[in-house]
Design a protein around this ligand. Structure first.
Ligand SMILES: *[C@@H]1O[C@H](CO)[C@@H](O)[C@H](O)[C@H]1NC(C)=O
Ligand SMILES: *[C@@H]1O[C@H](CO)[C@@H](O)[C@H](O)[C@H]1NC(C)=O
Length: 153
């Protein structure tokens, strides 16, 4: 019990900033990388998306339907994009682990509006843990209690 509270606490610390960011990154059970980009599209603009990552100096486009942009050849046919409700897009990338550099900045753009988040390779969270965390509000309370307990002891 205490161990799971601790895990939720750690996840909470990792996820609180992530929840305010329109872009989030996690690893699916089948080891695919999932990037959710929930930017509200600008009205009166042609709808488009672009997913990429950057490692310091180099930016690689993983998937896009911006006309004129091209995807880096190593990502061709490796990724897919679906629409999210109420707005935004989810990109999944297969066979990414061997390509992933240590510190990666994940980026997405919807109708030209950008978002970014930097995650170290060993801090990527499983998507299942994110779902459990967001669903179980009672563990939130446990986590808060533990937090205050730790602060005062
Ligand atoms: C990109 O894909 C979205 C969703 O499939 C579509 O609505 C939009 O028109 C596409 N944009 C371009 C520039 O092809
Ligand atoms: C990754 O980023 C962290 C924090 O910014 C830094 O301390 C670390 O040296 C970086 N690692 C690599 C391999 O660039």
């Amino acid at each position: 019990m205490l161990k799971s509270v601790f895990v939720y606490g750690v996840l909470g610390v990792l996820l609180i900033p992530a929840k305010c960011n329109p872009i989030s990154v996690c690893v699916e059970d089948d080891k695919n990388l999932r990037v959710d980009c929930q930017i509200e599209p600008k009205p009166n603009k042609i709808n488009s998306y672009e997913f990429s990552w950057s490692t310091g100096t180099k930016e690689s486009v993983i998937n896009t339907n911006v006309s004129g942009s091209s995807v880096e050849s190593q990502f061709k046919d490796k990724s897919s994009v679906v629409e999210l409700e109420p707005h935004g897009y989810r990109m999944t990338l297969k066979d990414f682990t061997d390509k992933l550099p240590h510190n990666t900045t994940y980026m997405c753009k919807i109708t030209g509006v950008p978002a970014r988040v930097t995650v170290a390779k060993d801090q990527l969270v499983p998507c299942s843990a994110v779902n459990v965390f967001l669903k179980s509000s009672s563990s939130w309370i446990a986590c808060l209690l533990l937090f205050f307990y730790c602060m005062h002891s």
